[in-house]
Design a binder for this molecule. Structure first.
Ligand code: TYD
Length: 219
């Protein structure tokens, strides 16, 4: 399971597509999905979270409710089949956006994480977490420039640069707490250099062959 994280405008989408193609070229089955969302129920919750005003606890509960459904209906079955799961955002986003961005209680988020990410396939109280998280790190000012005028902003995209500075700090804290899981990608570089950083992380782990990585890049 691989998750993709970063502030809005960091440019993860095209690389998720390219990585999906690279794994498929190697003969792997891939489940590509996103959070909040990924199931009919979780997509309804996503629309509420992104568009409707609500207090911070309600927001956190809806996001974790969506995550529970997504884990049980999509992620766990896919992992059980042996698929590579590519998930656009996961719990690190909750700690970064709701925790650091909104200033919501990290202890409550940690409790919710414990409840939601305990799944039958893992015993001994271990939590389902991504095996690898690609963190697209980019200065909030640059991300804001990239996003400007692209589309109508949702409740998060319309936040000021200061909010995204706190979100970035939240990601940095999560990365420092799980250095084995996180790979920090310098998302300020051009698209090819970003892709090279991504593929070298996978080739290093033996998860992608060098030929597939080289051919599977973005246009
Ligand atoms: P995003 O993943 O960037 O999708 P899109 O490609 O449509 O922009 O949007 C999801 C938004 O939801 C993003 O602003 C971050 C926010 N979010 C949270 O606040 N908490 C979470 O736990 C997750 C998963 C996302």
């Amino acid at each position: 399971m691989i998750s993709f994280e970063g502030i809005d405008g960091a440019g993860k989408s095209t690389h998720i597509e390219s990585l999906c193609a690279a794994f498929k070229a190697q003969g792997r089955a891939v489940t590509q999905t996103r959070e909040p969302g990924g199931t009919p129920l979780a997509e309804k919750l996503r629309a509420m979270v992104l568009n409707d005003a609500m207090d911070a606890l309600t927001e956190a509960l809806l996001i974790f409710a969506a995550r529970r459904d997504h884990l049980l209906q999509v992620i766990e079955p896919a992992l059980a089949r042996g698929d590579v799961v590519l998930c656009d955002r996961f719990t690190d986003a909750t700690f970064a956006y709701q925790g650091s961005g909104r200033g919501f209680d990290l202890a409550v988020l940690t409790q919710l994480e414990q409840w939601v990410q305990q799944v039958a396939a893992l015993d001994g109280g271990r939590l389902r977490q991504p095996d690898l998280t690609l963190w697209f790190a980019l200065a909030p000012e640059v991300a804001a420039e990239r996003l400007a005028g692209v589309r109508v902003p949702d409740r998060f995209e319309s936040q000021p640069v200061e909010f995204f500075r706190r979100v970035s700090e939240g990601y940095a804290q999560r990365a420092a707490a799980s250095p084995q899981r996180f790979v920090r990608i310098d998302a300020a570089l051009d698209r090819h250099k970003v892709w090279q950083q991504i593929t070298s992380a996978f080739v290093r782990r033996g998860w992608l062959a060098i030929m597939v990585a080289a051919n599977g890049g973005p246009p």
